[in-house]
Design a protein around this ligand. Structure first.
Ligand SMILES: NC(=O)c1ccc[n+]([C@@H]2O[C@H](COP(=O)([O-])OP(=O)(O)OC[C@H]3O[C@@H](n4cnc5c(N)ncnc54)[C@H](O)[C@@H]3O)[C@@H](O)[C@H]2O)c1
Length: 380
């Protein structure tokens, strides 16, 4: 059977992760790549064995054989690139956060609907098998009514004022940085798991480094540590290094989370605890196969991922046998699997995050910004 041809836009961290993981599906061919400059696309195509280094996004969009595009560029490009791809009749899988504003996200949702375009926003972190088990436990009432959700998404890669990435610049990133980059994942996750919407937020944001030293060359994600001290220029920073948010979840539940890109030692600490009237659960991305279940009157449990012991709806996200870890790469593959099932057959039900989820995320980010500016609660 002919493979579905796809294109990757962006040759950095996500460009590579998407290329590697979409290839694991077997029925999708990465046929082309677009870079910020033709030389970059060429280098990436050679390194990754991709047949075509396109000179521009337009070249890919004009190619009738290409059915889908992955947008793995800085946030500022998500809206114009997604829009152009939908208009060209492609299925679009865009990295998060979907856009720079809720207005842009709303426009994409409406355009996708009008053009009947298959669309996905890459909230891959939902798809660790143990996380899906938590979703099923909540849906089956194992936790009772949800009362409390708390957690963090903390990293340390922007701790020093010499740490630089396009994300610190509002023009490429948007106004909210730690909150937009990783807080977007935390908020998406908690709503996905509990099936409850965040209904109000009270946020406090901090920019610890008022200026950062911008290197004169370009820097890709997580590569800052390799830079030698040398030629920098002082760059004023207004995006958040840290944020703390109180939340209301649905009618009854309450919670709080922090985000940080300046917490020494936290490499990718995405964690949450959810407590209900019957039981609690706890999960951390740094041990993604482990699930803690807390009980009031029985001993607490620690469960290790084993597909044969999960709810069937969670087990379908576990492709390896028990005890064989499934991690970050696998979470991307799970989204791609369901997205391309629908590209292959548009009658397949949607089982991946869509632009609607991306819009919801952008609305929440704007409410967080408004709350921080007003120093008070904001209803969503
Ligand atoms: N889902 C996740 O787990 C996850 C993780 C990291 C990043 N992201 C998201 O992925 C996106 C990319 O982040 P990254 O960490 O890969 O950044 P990165 O800096 O490593 O890569 C971005 C790439 O885009 C290229 N680029 C810039 N402008 C371009 C243009 N006009 N056309 C083509 N290519 C262009 C850059 O040269 C670079 O190679 C961001 O929106 C980010 O929020 C998601």
């Amino acid at each position: 059977m002919a493979k579905i041809k796809t294109a990757i836009v962006g040759t950095g961290f996500m460009g590579k992760v998407h290329t590697e993981n979409v290839r694991r599906l077997g029925n999708v061919e990465v046929a082309a790549v677009v870079g910020s400059r033709p030389e970059r696309a060429k280098q990436f195509a050679e390194a990754m064995g991709i047949p075509k280094a396109a000179a521009s996004l337009k070249e890919v969009l004009d190619d009738k054989e290409i059915a889908a595009v992955h947008i793995c560029t800085p946030n500022v490009d998500h809206y114009p690139m997604s829009k152009a791809a939908i208009e060209a009749g492609k299925a679009v899988l865009c990295e998060k956060p979907l856009t720079l504003s809720a207005a842009e996200a709303r426009e994409l949702v409406e355009l996708a609907k009008a053009k009947n375009a298959i669309n996905c926003v890459q909230h891959n972190l939902r798809y660790y098998p143990v996380v899906q088990q938590i979703r099923q436990m909540i849906a089956h009432g194992d936790l009772g009514d949800i009362l409390i959700a708390q957690g963090t998404y903390s990293q340390d890669w922007l701790l020093y004022d010499t740490d630089w990435n396009w994300r610190v610049d509002t023009e490429e990133n948007g106004k909210l940085r730690a909150m937009g980059d990783i807080g977007s994942h935390w908020m998406d996750m908690i709503q996905h798991l509990t099936a409850l919407p965040i209904t109000a937020v009270c946020a406090d944001l901090a920019t610890f480094h008022k200026t950062r030293k911008r290197p004169k060359g370009s820097v890709e994600t997580f590569s800052g540590k390799k830079l030698q001290p040398g030629d920098y220029e002082e760059f004023p920073i207004t995006t958040d290094d840290f944020g703390a948010v109180l939340i209301h979840l649905g009618d009854r539940a309450k919670g709080a989370f922090t985000v940080s890109q300046m917490s020494a030692g936290c490499k990718n600490r995405f964690s949450f605890d959810i407590f209900g009237t019957k039981a609690g659960v706890s999960w951390s991305q740094e041990q993604p196969d482990t699930l803690w279940i807390g009980h009031r009157n029985d001993p607490n449990q620690i469960i290790i991922k084993d597909g044969s012991l999960l709810y069937p709806a969670a087990a379908k996200f576990a492709d390896l046998p028990g005890g064989h870890s499934e991690g970050y790469d696998d979470s991307h593959k799970q989204v791609f699997k369901n997205f391309y099932a629908r590209v292959a057959d548009p009658k397949v039900p949607i089982d991946y995050p869509t632009f609607e989820d991306g819009l919801r995320g952008m609305v929440l980010l704007e409410k967080v910004a408004e709350s921080a500016a007003r120093e008070g609660w904001v209803k969503v």
